[in-house]
Write a protein that binds this ligand. Structure first.
Ligand code: TTP
Ligand code: MG
Length: 348
């Protein structure tokens, strides 16, 4: 029996939640972004995207690109609440569900008699009960399903075989495929690989030499939309971290602080995307003698906000000092609140 997997992703999720309570803003460029000098756009309505405003655009730049946009500060509690309702509906329709973030999930449909009809019903049910629209991709594995769900947003509904996915996205950049990030894409480009077609057809020995015996074949498999990952029940991730090893050791405290805050920014962006927050905030340091050190602080209120995390990791680094040049820095938020679909613990 061949596999059938769906990926469902809500359209312009945070903005769509805001439009439910402010319907008068429908059809206008709307941007959900924090305030403060380092704030970035979490999401933009499709009307605002026409001006080049997207997730992760600095809020100051978004204001220049689209001065008429309505700016709204994020209300993460509302997004978590809506996410819970949506995922509840998904679970009423499909048994095996992997919630991947606040607004997306993989559904195992293998063995289902009429998967397309079932997905149409699911989208209709979500729309009816929450007012939100979603895009769906259906394919033989998670990779095809994920890329298909993104292909015709908003309100997309794309069904592809693996071969069709290869043909349809042959000219796309390798970064289209999840698992191929900007750094890998740049390294591929350096050896002349600029499309999924080129990656799929590349000489395996060249890839293995450049990326290693594990990653090389893995990259090529992804370009061919081969993937056998299971739709797993959500794992309880208890911490998230970002770290970087420097090309050359660094001993300038200002430079180290800058890098640390950049890591914190990436991590917090990711946490907010997943709707997650934690109480223990820490840093990791590896010195040039390869000794590894960690320092952390636990705060009373779980957070994933850069405004809160940034100063704490900076203080931790200052307290640690710079006894020797550093070769690695990392930032971590642990003691994360449970996955967004779980019941929030209520004080009784
Ligand atoms: P996405 O599903 O990537 O984006 P989206 O739902 O806003 O738009 P669409 O799916 O129609 O392209 O992310 C879901 C939510 O996660 C998004 O509404 C806001 C949040 N988010 C961030 O906070 N920062 C980010 O960089 C991204 C990509 C998303
Ligand atoms: Mg989405």
């Amino acid at each position: 029996m061949s596999r059938c997997v769906a990926h469902i992703d809500l359209d312009a999720f945070y903005v769509s939640v805001e439009l439910q309570r402010r319907p008068e803003l429908r059809g206008l460029p709307v941007v959900v972004a924090g305030s403060g000098p380092r704030a970035v756009v979490t999401t933009a309505s499709y009307e605002a995207r026409k001006f080049g405003v997207q997730s992760a655009t600095p809020a100051s730049r978004a204001r220049r690109l689209c001065p008429d946009a309505v700016f709204i500060s994020p209300d993460f509690a509302a997004y978590r609440e809506t996410s819970k309702r949506v995922m509840g509906i998904v679970r009423e329709h499909v048994e095996q569900v992997e919630v991947a973030s606040l607004d997306e999930a993989y559904l195992e449909l293998t063995g289902m008699a009429a998967p397309r009809a079932a997905m149409r019903r699911l989208v209709a049910a979500i729309s009816e009960s929450t007012g939100l629209s979603a895009s769906v991709g259906i394919g033989p594995n998670k990779l095809v399903a994920k890329v298909a769900s993104d292909a015709e947003k908003p309100r997309g509904f794309v069904v592809l075989t693996r071969e069709e996915a290869c043909a349809r996205f042959a000219d796309a950049r390798p970064g289209l495929v999840p698992g191929i990030g900007p750094k890998t894409a740049a390294r591929l480009e350096a050896i002349g690989i600029r499309t999924l077609r080129a990656l799929a057809a590349a000489d395996p020995s060249v890839l293995a030499e450049r990326f290693g015996a594990r990653l090389g074949p893995e990259l090529q498999a992804r370009a061919r939309f081969e993937h056998d990952g299971a739709v797993t029940e959500d794992r309880a991730v208890i911490s998230e971290s970002r770290e970087t090893t420097f090309d050359t050791d660094i001993s300038d405290p200002a430079e180290l602080e800058r890098i640390l805050l950049e890591l914190a920014e990436q991590l917090c962006g990711d946490l907010s995307r997943k709707g997650r927050r934690g109480r223990t905030i820490g840093i990791k340091i590896r010195l040039d003698d390869f000794s590894t050190h960690t320092r952390s602080r636990t705060v009373p209120e779980a957070t994933g906000d850069l405004e809160r995390v940034g100063p704490i990791v900076r203080d931790l680094l200052r307290e640690f000092g710079t006894p020797r040049p550093m070769r690695l820095l990392g930032v971590r938020v642990a003691g994360l609140e449970t996955a967004p679909t779980d019941q929030l613990a209520l004080p009784v």
